[in-house]
Write a protein that binds this ligand. Structure first.
Ligand code: NA7
Length: 530
């Protein structure tokens, strides 16, 4: 029997294996992809890039690595992040612990022996004391079930499963469905690469200029010369990122209208998601939020020459409620003659035909159709496995009313199962790498504690999980996040239970995790077999 099975070889799985190995644990890793990288292995669509700055979106645990590695751009493109992850895997000899091209399809907990029996799609089974899901928050793609898709004569692509060899679109009329981060990043590049691009937009998007650029040697040096302090400062931020952009934040209404515009304009010129931090109440007070939203709508009308197109591209939901997007030339792209915008919010797509996409009475002819329709986020991947806890109870049953975790790390009735950046933890509202490191270190310390005390099981109590779910909901309800149809709520997947899944606020969460340990794993039941 292994000490642990780790599922996934992205940022989380690699660091988990690294830490387990340091404890002297035996580990079997499984990865569905052919190589390391997780989300950065799969998401190879043109324009794919991180929305957290590169000097922040990287591991902190290896001081030499962070001195030696040099990022080239403010926001790293996907190939550079993937080569960084590969570099880390080589540097720490982590690849050898994974079986690639292998998907975990199920796992059952053996109550008599305190271990998991994990089944993979190659028919193999591995038993392990601990089962650690490093499966990522955005790894199961969501493709809407639009009638006629099987009749489409051209190529169908999903941004989250882009062909590794790339694709020549120069002679093709491309259609793209979806204007979330993936669509907004891909659209300007696809417009350049294709003969004609048709964008099918269901909901207009608030997107802020990324103002991406090459990094200067002196700014890299400024961070590297004080990297530990820079990391500590970021970790004290609500999302564990953005230290350089914090400001004395005041309510929108403590400022005059002119001062409000001045601050928004300043942040618009700086670019990036921290635009949303202009006012302390932007994501809690609808009136403050509307000030920010109206400013962005004004910018859209400045950039887009055709007023009707500008209207259609102007969102009217709460800004920041769906994840704020950052872009390079997104709105500018709609000034091109070879780009068309089709509103599928008022008239949904009726069907896909052999030659295109029918909306109302009109078929929009395309040769290639791109789904930028996102993911079954945060829970999709683990719910698609057949996970069975105590008494053979399936996780799908346990989570029928939405994910129920303690700290986003542990599930009642599923002992010795850990979920890295699971629902109920800050995860996608933070710099994911920082959140991942905090979870991995917590889990490794926990396993070390159990082993050194002769214990073989840890399980969240139902009371602790219920109280935690209430807490996550209460925190989310103080914000405007639950007020629109976002993937944070599972609202993008038809039939998915509507529950706000991530927990806003990294520093208080970290403190809570530390307190739980200091209080003897408060909220958990610890046990020993036999
Ligand atoms: P998102 O953010 O979930 O965006 C998906 C987009 O696809 C969004 O514009 C959806 O519109 C649209 N969509 C989904 N289903 C349909 C149908 N049936 N018809 C038309 N349009 C549809 O996914 P992304 O991949 O862009 O980004 C996910 C995260 O990855 C991102 O936030 C970053 O964290 C990285 P909707 O808004 O639901 O009306």
């Amino acid at each position: 029997m292994k000490d642990a099975v780790v599922v996934g070889a992205g940022f989380a799985g690699l660091y988990m294996v690294h830490n387990l190995r340091s404890l002297g644990c035996t580990v079997q890793g499984f990865e569905a992809g052919a190589n390391v990288g997780g989300t950065w292995y799969w998401n190879r669509y043109p324009g794919a890039r991180c929305d957290v700055e590169s000097m922040e979106y990287s591991y902190q645990f290896d001081a030499d690595l962070q001195q030696e590695w040099t990022w080239t751009e403010r926001y790293a493109p996907q190939p550079e992040i993937l080569s960084y992850i590969n570099h880390v895997a080589d540097r720490h000899e982590l690849r050898q612990h994974f079986q690639f091209d292998t998907r975990v399809v199920g796992a059952s907990y053996d109550e008599g022996g305190d271990y998991w029996v994990v089944a993979a799609d190659d028919g193999s089974e591995v038993s392990a004391r601990f089962l650690i899901m490093a499966t990522g928050c955005l790894s199961s793609t969501n493709t809407p079930d639009i009638p006629g898709i099987e009749d489409f004569a051209g190529e169908v692509l999903h941004t989250g499963r882009w062909p590794h060899e790339g694709i020549d679109l120069t002679q093709r009329r491309v259609g793209i469905i979806g204007t979330g981060s993936s669509g907004v990043q891909a659209i300007p590049v696809l417009a350049e690469q294709s003969a004609h691009l048709t964008v099918f937009q269901r909901t207009a998007q608030y997107t802020i200029p990324a103002r991406n650029r090459g990094l200067e040697a002196d700014e890299i040096e400024a961070v590297k010369s004080s990297y530990p302090e820079f990391r500590a400062g970021n970790n004290a931020m609500p999302g564990a990122y953005g230290l350089p952009y914090q400001a004395e934040r005041v309510s929108a209404f403590d400022l005059t209208p002119e001062e409000r515009v001045e601050e928004l304009e300043r942040r618009w010129q700086v670019g990036g998601t921290t635009f949303m931090w202009a006012f302390s109440d932007a994501i809690v007070d609808p009136a403050a939020n509307e000030v920010v939203a109206e400013f962005v709508r004004g910018k859209i009308h400045e950039v887009v020459s055709d007023p009707e197109t500008a209207d259609l591209l102007s969102p009217h939901h709460v800004i920041g409620c769906k994840r704020i997007v950052i872009d390079t030339n997104y709105f500018e792209t709609f000034n091109r003659d070879d780009v068309s915008l089709v509103d599928v919010g008022t008239t949904p797509i009726a069907e896909i035909t052999a030659t295109g996409v029918r909306v109302g009475g009109l078929v929009h002819e395309v040769d290639t159709l791109v789904f930028a329709t996102g993911f079954d986020a945060m829970t999709g991947t683990i719910l698609r496995m057949d996970l069975r806890g105590r008494g053979g109870r399936p996780l799908t049953d346990s989570w029928a009313a939405g994910p129920r975790t303690y700290l986003g790390l542990s599930v009642p009735e599923f002992p010795n199962l850990f979920t890295i950046s699971g629902p109920g933890s800050p995860s996608v509202l933070t710099n994911m790498v920082a959140s991942i490191e905090q979870h991995v270190e917590w889990i490794a310390d926990c396993i070390d504690h159990l082993r050194s005390h002769g214990l073989t099981s840890i399980e969240a109590t139902p009371e602790a999980a219920d109280a935690w779910v209430d807490h996550v909901n209460a925190v989310a309800d103080q914000t405007l996040y639950p007020s629109c149809n976002s993937w944070y709520l599972g609202a993008n997947v038809p039939g998915k239970t509507r529950v706000f899944m991530p927990l806003p606020g990294f520093p208080p969460y970290v403190k809570k995790c530390e307190q739980v340990v200091a209080n003897g794993y408060d909220g958990f039941q610890l046990g020993a077999v036999g």
